[in-house]
Write a protein that binds this ligand. Structure first.
Ligand SMILES: Cc1ncc(COP(=O)(O)O)c(C=O)c1O
Length: 413
């Protein structure tokens, strides 16, 4: 667990904390959407452009080779971070959404047909839902949902019922961005392997930034995540895929940097990862993601996880006691650092706008999870989500101002 002194020091590394929106100290609780960046990550961008900028994999001059070197070093760092066996299993893309689409289009469209089934959970973010709807629509495969119980957990009977030998894809979130649920991926993978030949995809967008993930130990076929939810710059994301599967997949985008030989009438393609990295790569993003990995490793994922769970438990226990709120986050303490809730008598946008006048940033809306919200009986919610620089004092400040929301909106006690 971090000491107060350590948290103070961590907070000093984040320039955004000097902001004073509406004249108030900023309390940033929208980390599930994107995290703020520490000074070393910001400086890393400038350093890259001052000393390492070139077009990788092309050219024999110093900067072309330098950018290739830092790009490939970043790939190795990501591979080590997620426990991939080889750096070539790491594909750099824009974000988790692009990674999930790549799997759906390159693998799904080419390997599924009528009679096949795709299994996802009702908790999925649209990025791990809409691409599978598209695959189902185009191939005739059937899309099935794993539903959750009252405590927002997937009953194992759902897996036993929905996963069959017809299942070709099981794509599931490692952590819900709304209800915080962390499905038991190990147990699910074991069952899926024993009862189907499905490819298993883990949406790690809300998992990888908060917990140690090891793809080899979990034995998932694919993992997707975004750097920007883990202190790195926007525009860089990762697809992990098992080497043999990646190399059998059709390229998603074609063009420069991914070909072996191009003839007038046909082309042969490089193996992964280049196979899926058409065009000039986002070297700055990859290098920046590597710096973000150094940043979290400096503190240790276990300690980050422990601290964020402490914040989440603290906030959850406070909110659950307020009878004018409905809290959607699971009560299970094995959960992601997100607390979703609604005022029984106020619209989330009103709540978020009023909190903003106190410098508090929460998310309001459907959080790209409309089917889940409908399942929960609401169209939208408020969400507070935490990161390493948040504190219990900020949570106290936030909870205190929930009363102001009621007062300003004229909600009777
Ligand atoms: C669970 C989950 N999956 C996928 C995504 C998509 O991430 P990105 O927008 O970075 O592609 C998000 C973003 O909030 C998410 O929460």
């Amino acid at each position: 667990m971090f000491t107060n002194k350590e948290i103070e020091n961590i907070r000093r590394e984040f320039p955004f904390l000097k902001l004073k929106p509406n004249g108030k100290n900023i309390v940033y609780f929208d980390n599930g959407a994107t995290t703020q960046k520490p000074r070393e990550i910001l400086e890393n961008i400038q350093n890259f452009y001052e000393t390492e900028n070139g077009n990788p994999h092309r050219g024999a001059h110093y900067l072309a080779m330098k950018s290739t070197e830092v790009y490939e070093n970043a790939r190795q760092k990501v591979a080590d971070f997620v426990g991939a066996k080889k750096a070539s299993e790491i594909v750099f893309l824009r974000n988790a959404t692009e990674a999930l689409n790549l799997i759906a289009y390159s693998y799904g469209l080419n390997n599924l047909s009528e009679g096949d089934e795709i299994v996802i959970s009702i908790m999925e973010h649209h990025s791990n839902l809409v691409p599978w709807q598209q695959v189902a629509r185009k191939t005739g495969a059937k899309l099935k949902y794993l539903y959750i119980d009252e405590d927002k957990q997937i009953p194992f009977s759902e897996i036993e019922e929905k996963v069959t030998e017809k299942t070709k894809i099981l794509s599931i979130t490692g952590a819900s961005n709304v209800v915080g649920t962390n499905p038991d991926i190990e147990k699910i993978v074991k069952y899926v392997r024993e009862n189907s030949r499905a490819k298993i995809i883990l949406d790690g967008a809300q998992l990888v930034p908060h917990r140690k993930v090891n793809v080899s130990e979990l034995d998932v076929d694919f993992l997707a995540f975004s750097g920007h939810k883990m202190y790195s710059a926007l525009g860089i994301g990762v697809l992990y895929g098992k080497e043999d599967i990646l190399n059998e997949m059709e390229p998603f985008l074609t063009g420069g940097d991914m070909i072996e030989y191009v003839y007038e009438d046909h082309t042969t393609f490089l193996n992964a990862p280049q196979r899926f990295e058409a065009g000039t790569a986002n070297v700055e993003g990859a290098v920046n993601l590597a710096a973000a990995i150094d940043f979290v490793n400096k503190y240790g994922m276990e300690r980050i996880d422990e601290y964020e769970r402490y914040l989440t438990d603290y906030c959850y226990e406070k909110l659950i006691k307020l009878e004018y709120l409905e809290v959607y986050t699971t009560s299970n303490k094995n959960r992601a650092p997100v607390i979703s809730f609604n005022f029984k008598e106020a619209h989330p946008h009103d709540v978020a706008s009023i909190l903003d006048t106190y410098g508090i940033a929460i998310r309001s809306g459907h959080h790209c999870a409309q089917p889940l919200h409908r399942f929960l009986g609401s169209n939208f919610s408020c969400r507070a989500s935490f990161a390493i620089y948040n504190t219990v004092e900020e949570i106290d400040y936030f909870v205190d101002h929930l009363e102001d929301v009621r007062r300003i909106l004229g909600i009777e006690s």
